[in-house]
Design a protein around this ligand. Structure first.
Ligand SMILES: Cc1cc2nc3c(=O)[nH]c(=O)nc-3n(C[C@H](O)[C@H](O)[C@H](O)COP(=O)(O)OP(=O)(O)OC[C@H]3O[C@@H](n4cnc5c(N)ncnc54)[C@H](O)[C@@H]3O)c2cc1C
Ligand code: FES
Length: 292
């Protein structure tokens, strides 16, 4: 954990918009950048009335003293951040690095799979496997060519990059599970697969590797509240046991995860989440009218 550098919080030093829903924020936080390891996340509060949301540390630069977050605007808080987080503004609170770092080291051939929102979080893992001496293939999936990002960053740290697009406008036509199957066929001695993305995608990756007996790790994204193992909100079923993703994970053995339970739990607050977004959008609409 770390203290605030100034009373306004943590400065946003760079922003990039990858699409109308996906954006990157680079945030100044030298202590976090020093402590962060692949697989970890932060809990962010935008302002003092804001909710706490978990976001993966998609990159960290110890020399610049910054961490990078890549965010998809899916609901009230992530849309509000999309609107108000500009270069020079601040995030009020940033707690972390949280979660167990990924277990990296000793693998010879690894395939890192990132689909949609999982593309950014898989990057620090791919880089760390490479630094630990593994041969790394990245399989990254997007809906279409215009949404592709960080291909150059993956090419700089991986031995092979397989880009997949749903419509075939770039790379392989199909989703990342197709790319994963190709990568395994080309390298049957792959000893580990890491997959990050929507639960349905991670489940499909787990089923693709199960018959080959390849160890497969997924990073789970259940709803989190405190991020410290106290509230039980992030409970996940792993094999016959229960784990808390915020302190026991977020990485788990994909072949042991009950993905159906995870998907049901992710929808628990859908009505309240929609009401919060509707209220926020109405508030923005009234604000825009008043400004005219
Ligand atoms: C360990 C972890 C890492 C994550 N990393 C990223 C990331 O790098 N980039 C990114 O865009 N998103 C990431 N997420 C998901 C992100 O936290 C949610 O999209 C965000 O909390 C949604 O908040 P909202 O108010 O915008 O939307 P809401 O309307 O509140 O929720 C939209 C959907 O997001 C999920 N969600 C809502 N609240 C939470 C919560 N407190 N914790 C987790 N999920 C929630 C639910 O499935 C919900 O249906 C991560 C989640 C976890 C658990
Ligand atoms: S978020 Fe509360 S126990 Fe994990």
């Amino acid at each position: 954990m770390s203290s605030l550098p100034d009373s306004r919080g943590f400065e946003i030093v760079a922003r990039q918009d990858f699409s109308d829903v996906t954006y990157l924020l680079e945030v100044r936080h030298p202590l976090m950048a020093k402590a962060a390891r692949a697989g970890q996340f932060v809990i962010v509060m935008l302002h003092d009335h804001g909710e706490r949301i978990p976001l993966t540390i998609a990159d960290f630069d110890r020399e610049r003293g910054t961490i990078t977050l890549v965010i998809q605007a899916v609901g009230k808080t992530t849309r509000e951040m999309q609107q108000v987080c500009k270069v020079g503004t601040h995030l009020l609170a940033l707690a972390g690095p949280m979660g167990e770092p990924s277990h990296i080291g000793g693998q010879r051939r690894v395939v890192c799979v990132g689909g949609g929102l999982g593309v950014a979080p898989i990057y620090p893992q791919a880089r760390a496997y490479k630094e630990a001496g593994a041969r790394v293939t990245a399989v990254v999936g997007f809906r279409t060519k215009d949404l592709v990002f960080w291909e150059d960053k993956f090419r700089a740290c991986c031995d092979e990059v397989i880009v997949c697009t749903d419509d075939g406008s770039a790379g392989l036509k199909g989703n990342v599970v197709e790319g994963l199957r190709q990568a395994i066929a080309a390298q049957p001695d792959t000893d580990e697969v890491v997959a990050i993305g929507p639960p349905v995608m991670m489940k499909a990756c787990a089923e693709a590797t199960r018959p080959h007996g390849i160890k497969t790790v997924v990073s789970l994204n259940p709803i989190m509240v405190d991020g410290t193992g106290m509230c039980g909100g992030c409970r996940v079923k792993i094999g016959t046991g229960i784990k808390f993703a915020c302190v026991d994970g977020p990485d788990f053995d994909a072949h042991q995860v009950d993905f159906d339970d995870l998907m049901v739990r992710l929808k628990r607050f859908a009505v309240a989440e929609k009401a919060a977004l509707d209220r926020y959008e109405e508030h923005c609409r009234i604000g825009r009218k008043a400004d005219r």
